[in-house]
Design a protein around this ligand. Structure first.
Ligand SMILES: *Cc1c(COP(=O)(O)O)cnc(C)c1O
Length: 418
C-alpha cells in the first residue's frame, strides 16, 4: 500500500492522492515526450505493456531519416553506418535496460524468430541431452516455437505447471532439471500474472544441472530491472514494441552471453550473418559475435522508434522507471482493493512488489464483456482469457490520474452502474 493510502478511501481522496503522486513524480515530464492527441477519445490508456505509445521523437526522427539519410545517402547508407545499427542499438539497449556489457545484444527479426534461432542454437550446443524444460503458462509463441523445435530435432518437452496467478519458482525448476536437460526457457515477467521470476536463482539452478537458460524479456524490458550478465544468463530475447515504444511490429532483440560466442550456431544461415558478407563467397561461415545471429537485411526504418524510445529510457534510467512502476502497480492495487474486490473481482498478480512486473491482472467471470464496455468508454486495458483484465502501466507515459480515471470507470462498469 502506498504511504498515506490508509486515509484514502473515497474517490475524492484517491483522486487527490493521484494528483499528489503526479506532482511528486520525478518522471512526470516524460509524458510530454509522447504523442497524446488533445481530441482523443481515450481517457486512460492501460495497455502500454502490449503496445507502447508513440514518441514525438520517433515521428521526427523517421521523417528526418527518410528525407535526409535515405534520400541522400541512398545505397551508400548501408556501408556508412546502417549495417552496424543492429549491434550499436543492441549495445545501447544492453546498457540501458538489460545489464549486458557491449557486444552481446543485437536487434533483428521478431521475438518469435529469435526464440527459434537461439533455442535451436542452445539445444544443438548440448548434444545427447533430450529435454527442454518450460512452463504451462508461458506465452503461446514460446510454447509453440519450442514444440516445433522438439518435433524437428526429436527432443522432448518437460512441462512445469505454473499457477496463472503466480509464476515460475526456483524450487520448481530445481525439481525439473537433470542430466537430460538441454535448455530451460521462461518469461522473466509472466504475461498474464505479472509474476517476476528470480532470474539469478533460476539461471544458477539450470547451470548446476549442466543446462542452458533462455529468458523471454518481452514483459520486463524497459519496465523491470534485468541483470543478464550478473545472472550469468546464456540467452535472452524480447520485443521492442511494448515498454520500449518501438511501434507496432518493431524488431526484437537477442542476447547471447559472450562466453558462448564461437560455440553456438543459429540455424538460419543468411548472407548478412556471414563473415565478410559482401564477398558473396561460397559456403556459410558465421560472422563473429552477435552479427552471426543476424540472417537477412536489418529493419533499419523500424529501428528508429526503438532508438527514440531508448533515448528516453537512457535519460530517465531504468532504476527510476522501476521505482515509478512499483508505485503505479501499488496504486492500481490499492484502487482494486477499495473498489473491486468487494464486487467479486480477484487479483491475479503477486502482492510483493519485488515479485511483480509492470502490470496487474484482475479477474471476474464476465470481464470479457466488461472489457468491451471499457473500450467503448475510452478506457483501454486488454483482456486475457478466460477472465482477466490486464492493467498495463508504462512508467514513462502513464500518469497516476490516468490510472485513477481508468480504474474509476472499471469500478463503475463492474458494479453494473454503467
Ligand atoms: C509480446 C510477447 C511476444 C511477442 O512475440 P512476437 O514474435 O513479437 O509476436 C513473445 N513473448 C512474450 C512473453 C510476449 O509478451
Amino acid at each position: 500500500m502506498i504511504d498515506g493510502a490508509e486515509t484514502a478511501t473515497t474517490p475524492e481522496l484517491f483522486r487527490a492522492q493521484a494528483q499528489e503522486l503526479d506532482l511528486a513524480d520525478p518522471l512526470g515530464s516524460f509524458r510530454d515526450e509522447f504523442l497524446i492527441p488533445r481530441d482523443t477519445d481515450v481517457i486512460a490508456y492501460l495497455d502500454g505493456n502490449s503496445l507502447g505509445r508513440p514518441t514525438a521523437r520517433a515521428a521526427e526522427q523517421m521523417t528526418e531519416f527518410i528525407r535526409g539519410q535515405w534520400a541522400n545517402r541512398l545505397i551508400r547508407g548501408w556501408t556508412d553506418e546502417w549495417l552496424r545499427w543492429p549491434e550499436l542499438i543492441g549495445d545501447r539497449l544492453g546498457t540501458a535496460a538489460l545489464g549486458a556489457a557491449p557486444g552481446q545484444v543485437v536487434i533483428a527479426d521478431s521475438t518469435t524468430v529469435l526464440l527459434y534461432k537461439l533455442a535451436h542454437a542452445a539445444v544443438s550446443a548440448r548434444p545427447g541431452r533430450r529435454d527442454i524444460v518450460l512452463d504451462t503458462d508461458n506465452f503461446p509463441t514460446d510454447r509453440y516455437v519450442l514444440e516445433g523445435i522438439a518435433t524437428e530435432l526429436g527432443l522432448a518437452l518437460k512441462w512445469i505447471t505454473t499457477d496463472p496467478a503466480g509464476g515460475i519458482a526456483p524450487e520448481q525448476v530445481a525439481a525439473a532439471v537433470d542430466a537430460d536437460t538441454a535448455l530451460v526457457v521462461f518469461s522473466h515477467v509472466a504475461y498474464r500474472s505479472s509474476h517476476l521470476a528470480d532470474g539469478q536463482a533460476i539461471s544458477r539452478i539450470a547451470h548446476a544441472a549442466g543446462a542452458l537458460v533462455l529468458w523471454d524479456l518481452c514483459h520486463s524490458v524497459g519496465s523491470a530491472p534485468v541483470r543478464l550478465d550478473e545472472w550469468d544468463a546464456d540467452f535472452a530475447v524480447g520485443c521492442s514494441y511494448k515498454y520500449l515504444n518501438g511501434g507496432p511490429g518493431g524488431p526484437a532483440f537477442a542476447y547471447v552471453n559472450r562466453r558462448l560466442h564461437g560455440q553456438i550456431r543459429q540455424p538460419i544461415w543468411g548472407w548478412l550473418g556471414r563473415r565478410d558478407a559482401f564477398e558473396m563467397a561460397p559456403g556459410y561461415e558465421p560472422a563473429e559475435g552477435m552479427r552471426g545471429m543476424i540472417s537477412g537485411t536489418p529493419p533499419i526504418l523500424a529501428m528508429l522508434p526503438l532508438s527514440a524510445g531508448l533515448e528516453l529510457l537512457e535519460e530517465a534510467t531504468i532504476e527510476a522507471v522501476r521505482a515509478k512502476s512499483v508505485l503505479l502497480t501499488e496504486f492500481a492495487l490499492d484502487l482494486a482493493d477499495a473498489w473491486l474486490t468487494g464486487l467479486g473481482v480477484t487479483i491475479a498478480t503477486p502482492r510483493q512488489p519485488e515479485r511483480r512486473g509492470g502490470h496487474i491482472t484482475l479477474c471476474r467471470a464476465d470481464f470479457r464483456a466488461v472489457t468491451d464496455r471499457l473500450w467503448e468508454r475510452g478506457v483501454i486495458p486488454d483482456f486475457r482469457g478466460p477472465d482477466g483484465i490486464r492493467i498495463g502501466l508504462a512508467p514513462l507515459s502513464t500518469s497516476f490520474i490516468e490510472v485513477y480515471r481508468g480504474m474509476a470507470v472499471l469500478a463503475e462498469v463492474a458494479a453494473g452502474q454503467a
